[in-house]
Design a protein around this ligand. Structure first.
Ligand code: MLT
Length: 410
């Protein structure tokens, strides 16, 4: 038998969302008449915007004739997508990016799992707690941790608790860190980092030579124009940060798959011998070796997001989900819950009644209200006592969910 990567044995049983799916399937099998409303995984429910599907249909037609057929594309992405990204997402906010600082991919989940490959096996990685599980698990797989401890944490990782005590805004640690993952607007807490908080992190990273992996997958949900949408709005961030963006939540691409990673040319790491090396050049090498580019049809669809119709139609979808978030926030508060998030993010982070263990609350909500959410403990030990609800759903389901919550808890 082939010798395996033993580090996989350290992973907790299953990835969070498949475990939720398993429990829901079991419940549904035992209660076939239950009308289950799913607010667990943050998966969009609105169909693709017409501007996007029109562009994708046209792209399919191009591939159907010899004259306009295309095979392999540029691994980093087509200029027809890179240029509107540069213009709308960055130049409009005073940020200049070169085309070869943007790497189009098939999703931020992959980018956030892959980025750790660029760093030494002994590098010290910091994550917030609670956290998007991919940041943790990809480092466990890479062998940067010991076996999970009784406190639910992996020795070897540095955890930065984000709780009501610090307004869900982590503070830079004193100890030496090579890489820190920050997500704003945050999955799962729904908190958003202010310009001041981000400025402190950038100053810290530059002073320490640390790299910030900034996950901005939910930036389109920021409703206050004064809040930063990109880490590059902060002076000096080009020297210390990569940024992930995604079309998943911004344009309904969870099934279509398209995202991008920004790696500025100023960002450097160092070799064992102490020489400076370009992280951009390393990522370009990795990307072109392991990835052949997102599909042409998908990139045409993503480029259509930036057309006037695409911007208006996807903007309306985001407004629709954020109205769901408002209804949920107010409905939950009226039922007596303490609720965080849901203002600049499609996630609500509620405190479980009486601090009940979050998996117990999950089971109760499923049993008594036929509602599915995500237990906070699934995002890390500091998520215990919290529960995440996603605002991605139909209006009818959101209204029904609120009335069930009132029936069970109010
Ligand atoms: C979530 O529910 O946390 C997200 O949908 C997961 C993801 O984006 O991979």
């Amino acid at each position: 038998m082939a010798r395996i990567n033993d580090h996989y044995q350290k992973l907790r049983a299953g990835y969070l969302f498949p475990e939720i799916g398993r429990r829901v399937r079991e419940f549904a099998a035992a209660h076939p008449d239950a009308k289950i409303i799913r607010m667990g995984i943050g998966d969009v429910t609105e169909p693709l915007a017409p501007a996007i599907t029109a562009a994708m249909h046209a792209a399919v037609d191009e591939l159907a004739t010899r004259e306009t057929f295309r095979g392999y594309g540029p691994e980093q992405g087509y200029d027809f997508l890179l240029d509107p990204i540069r213009e709308h997402d960055y130049r409009a906010r005073g940020i200049e990016l070169a085309r070869d600082e943007i790497f189009v991919s098939d999703g931020s989940k992959c980018d956030s799992g892959n980025i750790q490959e660029l760093f030494d096996a002994g590098a010290t990685m910091a994550v917030t707690d609670p956290v998007y599980p991919v940041y943790v698990d990809s480092n466990v797989m890479a062998g940067r941790t010991g076996a999970v401890g009784p406190d639910g944490r992996y020795p070897g990782l540095v955890y930065l608790p984000t709780t009501p005590a610090n307004q869900f805004s982590p503070t830079p640690p004193e100890q030496a860190i090579d890489v820190v993952y920050l997500c704003s607007p945050n999955n799962p807490t729904g908190a958003v980092m202010t310009r001041e908080a981000l400025t402190r992190w950038v100053a810290w990273a530059r002073a320490r030579g640390a790299v910030i992996v900034f996950d901005a997958a939910y930036e389109a949900y920021i409703s206050d124009p004064a809040l930063p949408r990109s880490i590059y709005e902060i002076d000096g961030a080009r020297e210390c940060a990569v940024e992930m963006r995604s079309f998943s939540k911004r344009a309904g691409f969870t099934g279509v798959r398209c995202a991008f990673l920004v790696v500025p040319k100023e960002l450097m790491g160092k070799t064992a011998a102490g020489e400076s090396v370009s992280i951009n050049a390393m990522w370009a090498r990795r990307h072109t070796t392991k990835f052949n580019g997102a599909s042409y049809v998908v990139q045409r669809g993503a480029a259509a997001v930036y057309t006037p119709d695409g911007l208006a139609q996807t903007g309306a979808q985001i407004a629709f989900y954020m109205e769901n978030a408002r209804l949920l926030r107010e409905g939950l508060a009226a039922a007596g819950f303490t609720v965080h998030g849901g203002v600049h993010a499609p996630y609500l982070w509620l405190e479980t009644p009486g601090g009940a263990p979050s998996w117990d609350f999950f089971d109760r909500l499923l049993r008594d209200a036929h509602l599915v959410g995500t237990p906070g403990a699934g995002f890390g030990p500091a998520g215990e006592g919290f529960f995440r609800l996603s605002a991605f759903n139909s209006r009818a389901n959101v209204e029904e969910a609120i009335s069930r919550i009132h029936r069970v808890f109010a």
